[in-house]
Structures are given as structure tokens and as C-alpha cells.
Ligand binder design. Structure first.
Ligand SMILES: C[S@@+](CC[C@H](N)C(=O)[O-])C[C@H]1O[C@@H](n2cnc3c(N)ncnc32)[C@H](O)[C@@H]1O
Length: 182
């Protein structure tokens, strides 16, 4: 009986946490916390073309899954994630404490206020409006040779150097990666 009560309490907390995670986020950002599918993580990592000296930023990192996947594949890469939604941020922080790496830093805040100049690689999974707002910042801050990979959405005023098709199923998210070289 007691075990059943614990299980019920666990599920209750889980439901409250997930509700906060997905439905409270819009109070902090107009972009919802919709993480990329785990199935496409490898495709994202290979599109980034990282090396040992790479510094990867995920702007709006959600639960940090891309950064953790990168750190697992190559522990010498420095990874920085910034997230404005308190619940995905907390989730990423907890994941970093328990399963992360010293090379992954999770920051709380607005990516428009973050200096992106140290980044050699940037990953984005954001709406086109946010991408277009970020473009002038990237043009000012990023070093020549930096690479930006955007999932599903593209800059309206910059041509990608490569488009990588992930999946052709019409209803799926994460169908395409847009690769930009600055
Ligand atoms: C579509 S999710 C992508 C999460 C993660 N990058 C991934 O691919 O799994 C976009 C995230 O960006 C965050 N976000 C939106 N605007 C932001 C801002 N100005 N600063 C920091 N994070 C922001 C949202 O809270 C949301 O969690």
C-alpha cells in the first residue's frame, strides 16, 4: 500500500514538472521548449563538423541534449548552452551535475545578451524571427570560419552553404539542417 502511495506521489510530481516544463515556458519566451529528437543528434553533430579545439554554443539549449551528446562523443570540446526557460534550464543543470561533463557550461539568460564571439560553432533550433534577429549579431561577433547549424528554420537574409535533409516524412519535426559558414 505504501509503495503504491510513493508511486502515485512520484507520478504526480512528474506530471507537475512536465506541465511546468512545457506550458510555463511560453511566459519566458515565445519559442516553446521542443527539444530535437534524439534520433537526429548524430546528424546534427556531423553537420557541425567539430574538432578538438571547437567551442560549441547552443542558443536556447533546452535540456542541453545536444551539448551532452557532443561531450560524450568528444570530451575535449567546450560546450556552452544558454536557456531562458527556468524549467528546461533546471533540467539541463541537473543533467550536467549527474551525467554531464566539466567541459559543458549551462547558463541562465537571454542569448541576445550573450557574447557569442568565443564560439567556433553554434547550434540553433529556433523560430525564423529569432534567427533573423540573431543574424546581425553573428555578423558582428563571429570569427571568420565559424559555423552555424540551424534545425528546420533558415535565415531569410543569408544563403546556407549546405542543406542536409534528415527525413522526408511530412509530419515529422527535425527534417532539415541548414549549415551556414561565416
Ligand atoms: C525549440 S527549443 C530547442 C531546445 C534545444 N536547443 C534542442 O534543440 O533540443 C528552443 C529553446 O530556446 C529557448 N529560448 C527562446 N528564446 C530564448 C532566449 N532569448 N534566450 C535563451 N533561450 C531562449 C526556449 O526557452 C526553448 O527552450
Amino acid at each position: 500500500m505504501l509503495i503504491l502511495a510513493y508511486v502515485l506521489i512520484f507520478f504526480l510530481f512528474l506530471i507537475i514538472f512536465l506541465t511546468l516544463l512545457f506550458f510555463i515556458n511560453p511566459l519566458f519566451s515565445f519559442i516553446p521548449f521542443v527539444p530535437v529528437r534524439r534520433k537526429v543528434l548524430n546528424k546534427i553533430i556531423s553537420a557541425l563538423e567539430l574538432n578538438d579545439q571547437s567551442i560549441l554554443y547552443d542558443l536556447g539549449c533546452g535540456d542541453g541534449r545536444i551539448l551532452f551528446a557532443v561531450a560524450k562523443t568528444n570530451p575535449s570540446i567546450s560546450c556552452v548552452g544558454i536557456e531562458i526557460g527556468p524549467f528546461p534550464f533546471l533540467l539541463a543543470k541537473i543533467k550536467n551535475i549527474f551525467w554531464g561533463s566539466k567541459k559543458v557550461r549551462i547558463l541562465y539568460g537571454n542569448f541576445f545578451k550573450l557574447d557569442t564571439s568565443p564560439a567556433t560553432h553554434i547550434f540553433l533550433y529556433l523560430f525564423p524571427e529569432a534567427l533573423d534577429e540573431l543574424l546581425p549579431k553573428f555578423e558582428k561577433e563571429l570569427k571568420t570560419g565559424s559555423r552555424v547549424v540551424s534545425c528546420d528554420f533558415e535565415f531569410s537574409k543569408k544563403k546556407p552553404s549546405k542543406i542536409i535533409e534528415i527525413e522526408s516524412l511530412g509530419w515529422q519535426k527535425n527534417k532539415r539542417l541548414y549549415v551556414y559558414d561565416f
